[in-house]
Design a protein around this ligand. Structure first.
Ligand code: F0G
Length: 461
């Protein structure tokens, strides 16, 4: 008889509505992926069985959020949903000023345009694709100041999202504090594998920046997950609530932006928020040029209501634990098969280490792009490339950037898939792993100018 060794957790919700998904044959998938130029972004979603492309806008809303959609106040100006959302931004992120945007990158655009001058430098804890592009388009050079451990997929550091203050100081010495409009901090760090920063590190960065007169700005897109990791990994936080930890994190920042399509468990929405009244006034003016009036920012009233309600749900401990617990479950099962992926297991996704997985392919044969296509062909599970294609080209030299991390991301939408879906996914990857030596690389046949990973096309070598 088996002895009871551990007690399991289960999701704090049950399923009320289901959406059928299509099962496809391998022949169909071979054809579909070829037509998509071996780029999983170009697949039709109806050809996908389990969609782990992203956790962005793909979440299942609760009945409470759906009920909120019915009370959308679709007034052009001054919608009541806007004021409710603003109250919640103050309550959960602690920022007095708020401008809604249709999604995260619209807020990144405003932050970059308002704060950056041509020739500036923006240090950050690893780049994110859209964040860095908006910084570059505003005339800045992004400088990575994350700790070295973040670039090593096998390093077990519990806070791989931490900033290396020595790297930051080196940049300040080189270019001068007046060339640094802000330090850009994200948590958990998407491209590092969903790795969090610690509160201790954040405080250290804050006190360093205070001595230099540099502000901190926060990409709070998945901040709730960072708060969960602080609660479960950092001394002194076990008894604090997610709400308290999130509030403390935000207190060290001058302002922040959020892609609400993640933590807030909605399908669309973004947030720009700050303590700085002058920056707020500029954002409120800029938003009407690109998004819509400052009381809707490209959103319908009902979307703002769903965001406000999602915010109340995102800080519930059981929700976050189940969300991260599912990612952990997937990681632990992959571990049984010896499949290489980024450790520790991250917040929103598993990042397969494509360099180790397909160690016979050089990086310019796009191992991660190849692996994502092969997993799709095997089972219809869709992940995404996060390696040399996502890293793009150096704007100065025009050469590929060769990132140390060459990863395939399997991202978990919130409240969408069951444990059985995860089992099917793991077994598909294990099957591709057994057959890995027969896999050939890809060549790029079409490359768009911006964010090439979205629309680039490839062919088999
Ligand atoms: N910041 C982070 C950390 C993100 O992950 C994203 C989006 C954005 C900003 C931009 O927000 O998409 O609402 O405009 N990440 C998605 C992803 C696309 O799949 O990781 P957006």
């Amino acid at each position: 008889m088996k002895k009871l060794e551990k007690r399991s957790w289960a999701e704090p919700f049950k399923i009320k509505v289901v959406e059928p998904i299509k099962m496809t044959s391998k022949e169909h998938r071979l054809e579909a992926v070829k037509e998509a130029g071996y780029n999983t972004f170009l697949l039709k979603s109806e050809d996908v069985y389990i969609d782990l492309l992203t956790d962005s806008g793909t979440n299942a809303m609760s009945d409470y959020q759906w009920a909120g959609m019915m009370i959308g106040d679709e007034a052009y100006a001054g919608s009541k949903n806007f004021y409710y959302l603003w109250d919640n931004v103050k309550k959960f992120y602690g920022m007095p000023y708020f401008v809604p945007t249709h999604q995260g990158r619209a807020a990144e655009h405003m932050v970059s345009q308002i704060l950056i001058k041509k020739g500036d430098y923006v240090p950050g804890n690893m780049y994110f694709t859209t964040t860095r592009l908006h910084q570059e388009l505003a005339g800045a050079t992004f400088v990575d100041v994350i700790i070295d451990e973040a670039h090593d997929p096998g390093d077990p550091h519990p806070f791989k999202g931490n900033v290396d203050v020595n790297k930051l100081d080196k940049l300040v010495q080189e270019v001068g504090a007046d060339k640094i409009p802000y330090v850009c901090i994200a948590g958990p760090v998407n491209m590092a594998g969903g790795q969090p920063f610690s509160m201790a590190n954040l405080k250290e960065v804050k006190s360093y920046c205070d001595t230099k007169g540099i502000d901190l700005w926060f990409d709070a897109t998945r901040a709730v997950e960072n708060a969960y990791f602080i609660k479960t990994r950092e001394e002194g936080y076990a008894d604090k609530t997610i709400t308290e930890i999130l509030f403390e994190i935000c207190s060290y920042f001058e302002g922040l932006w959020v892609s609400a399509k993640k933590d807030l468990m909605v399908n669309i929405g973004g947030i720009f928020a700050t303590k700085n009244k002058d920056v707020f006034e500029q954002a409120r003016n800029l938003v009407v040029v690109y998004e819509g009036l400052h009381t809707y920012g490209g959103l319908a009233g009902r979307d703002m209501e769903a965001m406000a309600r999602g915010m109340e749900e995102m800080v519930q401990y059981d929700n976050v634990r189940a969300r991260i617990g599912q990612v952990e479950y997937c990681g632990n099962r992959l571990e049984e098969f010896g499949i290489p992926f980024v450790k520790p297991i991250g917040g929103h996704a598993i990042f397969l280490d494509a360099k180790a997985f397909l160690d016979h392919l050089p990086q310019d044969q796009f191992p991660a792009q190849t692996l994502a296509a092969e997993i799709y062909i095997d089972s219809g599970v869709r992940g995404m490339e996060r390696g040399i294609v996502s890293a793009g080209r150096d704007p100065k030299t025009g050469d590929h950037r060769y990132p140390k991390l060459e990863l395939v991301r399997l991202t978990f939408p919130r409240r969408v898939y069951t444990q059985a879906h995860i089992d099917v996914t793991v077994e598909s990857i294990a099957s591709v792993y057994e057959n890995r030596k027969n896999i050939k690389g890809l060549k790029m046949v079409y490359e768009p100018k911006y964010l090439r990973f979205f629309q680039g096309r490839f062919d088999r070598l």
